[in-house]
Write a protein of this length. Structure first.
Length: 542
């Protein structure tokens, strides 16, 4: 301490010590409380009676935010957000948000949040501070949640995407930067009696009820709304370009044929007609007509998708009541019945996981924008969801990641959800027909500019002469369902699953086939898709 310290050395010391701490006090209500003063890192230089701040959270981190986003819900249940520019000279006050369209209740006052908004650009983040700010945001960024003055985990942790900001950025809902590490903030909930927000019995998160869904929607809309207005102020494109919509496939075909006619006319007027060009146009028209023949099947699948979406939404609204019932039962069940209750609770958590997974997949599918897909993240999310059920069925699942930064060419995340679950359901049926312990192996790798996903199981296998046929529509190795078959058995045995997989991969200019399985397995599907070029991957995707 007797050595002389330069400002850069002090800033470096601040960075190391600040990593030990939360970037905010326990809650803004507790700030200044003599019983819990907290522990903040700050370095000062004293000259005579003057004190100069050398390094603290404001001077090192927060002053580099482009602005501060605040929001609150009034006692009448009306939601508002505001933006105060710190490096951008504009201000938005009390912008209303409609967050109750799909919900039956309204949240009264007692909800507020504040978040500093950061953009990783030299105009706002000086080079000498860029490393420390980025490191701090990567580890402590996000929006944390405090209920009645106390932190609720895991909301805002490095791995947690409770506001779906990372997902929204990956599918490019909004073009302005809005990942978790673009924000540093907290939400304050005042609900002393726990009427709206109850913690789970494990104290890990809040019960998933309608109030929590509304809260998530409120904060996410406010943060994305601020990202849009900031992008506009910076003369950046704030939203993806709208995609031309057609009312029917027939209308789309008419538009295609109209363009083809114009092209033919231009060719005829400028130079002799090339038979090869006309042949390609004819082939395209024939392909369009072929697609029209699949409309009835697509309408059925679309209808099923809407039904699943509605079912998923409704069942999520019952989670709070079921969790409360389980907590109540735990108080009155005898010690001998606790094991059974634990099994029931575990099964219900599996239902919650599946509901969240499919809800996210349906939301993904509602957004038509394409973006590079992080296949590693998709596969590990899938494994986490199916593992509880596979464990109960005595089936082992293993993921082997052979390479890193495996981003596909722009696709929909939901397409990979469909691919993995179709392969998974086929594997379950094949393993069920075989005696013994089941095994599923998923390998991800890169080769020659392609991303490979190999999905393998040790079920009864597919005869080699049928390897190509399994991708045909309505081809199935499952027996016809009987009169007592469940709806899911009828659907999964329809012979459409692998046809859907093939169509998705073909649209992505990839390839799928059945290949020789490795030792100890019986069936292996190999999927190859083009890898995204470095310039296609957003900087904040890494």
């Amino acid at each position: 301490m007797r050595d002389s310290w330069s400002k850069s050395q002090i800033t470096r010391a601040y960075r190391y010590t600040s990593d030990l701490l939360q970037p905010f006090p326990l809650s803004k209500e507790k700030e200044g409380n003599a019983d819990d003063p907290g522990f903040k890192t700050a370095f000062y230089l004293q000259k005579d009676n003057d004190v100069e701040t050398i390094a603290d959270i404001d001077s090192v981190i927060l002053k580099h935010a482009v602005g501060i986003i605040k929001g609150h819900i009034t006692n009448e249940g009306n939601a508002f957000w505001s933006f105060e520019g710190t490096q951008l000279s504009f201000f938005i006050d009390n912008q209303p948000i409609d967050i109750y369209k799909e919900y039956k209740q309204r949240i009264p006052g007692g909800v507020s949040f504040q978040a500093h908004y950061f953009i990783d650009h030299p105009d706002y983040l000086p080079t000498n501070y860029r490393t420390v700010v980025r490191q701090t945001l990567d580890t402590n960024g996000g929006v944390r949640l405090y209920r009645n003055g106390f932190r609720v985990l895991p909301y805002g942790e490095e791995y947690d995407d409770w506001l779906r900001l990372n997902h929204s950025s990956s599918v490019r809902e909004v073009l302005g930067p809005h990942r978790n590490n673009n924000f540093m903030g907290f939400v304050s909930l005042q609900d002393p009696e726990g009427k709206l927000f109850q913690e789970t019995a494990s104290r890990e998160g809040l019960v998933e009820n309608e109030a929590l869904f509304i809260l998530q929607e409120f904060i996410a809309k406010a943060l994305k709304g601020a990202a849009v207005v900031v992008a506009h102020e910076r003369n950046r494109k704030p939203l993806p370009r709208p995609i031309k919509r057609y009312n029917s496939p027939e209308e789309a075909l008419d538009a295609f044929m109209g363009q083809a006619t114009k092209l033919s006319k231009n060719i005829l007027e400028k130079r002799p007609v090339k038979k090869r060009q006309l042949k390609k146009m004819q082939e395209a028209a024939e392909e369009a007509n072929k697609l029209l023949s699949e409309i009835p099947m697509l309408r059925v699948l679309a209808g099923l998708g809407l039904m699943i979406g509605e079912f998923t939404h409704e069942i999520k609204l019952t989670f709070g009541a079921v969790n409360n019932a389980l907590d109540l039962m735990r108080k009155h069940v005898s010690e001998s019945g606790q094991d059974s209750l634990d099994d029931l609770s575990s099964l219900f958590k599996s239902v919650q996981s599946f509901a969240r997974y499919f809800d996210h997949a349906i939301v993904d599918n509602a957004h038509r924008g394409l973006a590079p897909v992080d296949l590693v993240g998709i596969v590990y999310d899938f494994k986490e969801i199916v593992s509880p059920r596979l464990g109960a069925l005595n089936i082992e699942i293993e993921v082997v990641q052979k390479d890193y930064d495996l981003f596909t060419k722009p696709m929909h995340n939901s397409e990979w959800t469909s691919i993995l679950f179709n392969l998974y359901s086929n594997a379950l049926k094949a393993i069920k027909k075989m005696d013994g312990k089941g095994k599923i192996l998923i390998e991800i790798s890169e080769q020659n500019g392609k991303i490979n996903l190999q999905f393998t199981d040790n079920g009864i296998g597919i005869p080699k002469e049928n390897w190509d046929k399994v991708f045909d529509a309505f081809y199935t190795t499952s027996p016809q369902p009987g009169t007592t078959a469940s709806y899911s058995e009828e659907l999964t045995g329809s012979g459409l699953g692998l046809k859907v997989v093939k169509d998705i991969i073909r649209t992505a200019r990839g390839h799928v086939e059945v290949i020789e399985p490795p030792q100890g397995y019986s069936t292996s599907f190999l999927i190859e898709v083009p890898k995204a070029a470095p310039e296609e991957i957003p900087d904040d995707a890494y």
